[in-house]
Design a protein around this ligand. Sequence first.
Ligand SMILES: Nc1ncnc2c1ncn2[C@@H]1O[C@H](COP(=O)(O)OP(=O)(O)OP(=O)(O)O)[C@@H](O)[C@H]1O
Length: 256
Amino acid sequence: MSALLSARNLTKSYGVRTACADVSLDLHEGEVLAVVGESGSGKSTLLGLLATEVTADSGQVHYRFRDGAVRELHALPEAERRLLMRTDWGFIRQDATLGLRMPVSAGGNVGERLMAVGARHYGKIRETAEDWLDRVEIDPGRIDDSPKTFSGGMRQRLQIARNLVTHPRLVFMDEPTSGLDVSVQARLLDLIRGLVAELGLAVIIVTHDLAVARLLSHRMMVMKGGRVIEEGLTDQVLDDPREPYTQLLVSSVLAA
Ligand SMILES: Nc1ncnc2c1ncn2[C@@H]1O[C@H](COP(=O)(O)OP(=O)(O)OP(=O)(O)O)[C@@H](O)[C@H]1O
């Protein structure tokens, strides 16, 4: 089986600053890849390039659709690209206010994704939304409440429900647990790990937290100055880093 997502030589500069240089990767179905590196190393830019939210200066991203067809994403018509993002993909952002629709109720946030894939029966949509709130440990009694009334951890869990309700095959995550209390983070990570395994999701997760990479990912890539300087199986990279930079990251000498 060919890769689900395959990137070749992705490059992006902002003025004279190269944010992402010549990055290639393959991601297979059900695989979790962590992208780590210090602040400014290019992690978010790479994620944006892969998710086609950022336009590459050069390079390609191929994706295998549900019907088996492999297509280059940056050449995809805008309408098809949007459909892909709403149905086959999820994107969980560090800032939940960007990943949710804040004026819409919790149930509406989950339900509108279902409607995007053709669900029309109000009762069933509400039932599924309740079920998903429960799965992400939000009291289904809060279904009509606005996410503005939710805590940071609850907002992230709602973002997860909104993204996973359509059973995407690939989920992008950008620092999904950063900025939360340590105990809230641990619970959220547990939840993410359980759902990713249960649903067999492919995930690309950007994090500056090596403990998050260790817990969630099968493979990892270390970025520095826009380049991938080391990659491999997560346990191998973390237990026996080859590059001096990775050794510093692992020993927490560098501020991530
Ligand atoms: N829209 C933009 N305009 C100008 N420069 C940008 C833009 N986005 C990113 N950059 C620059 O590209 C480089 C990589 O940034 P990027 O946000 O991808 O890094 P990062 O590893 O995700 O960092 P952080 O963890 O702090 O978010 C940085 O030097 C940054 O200043």
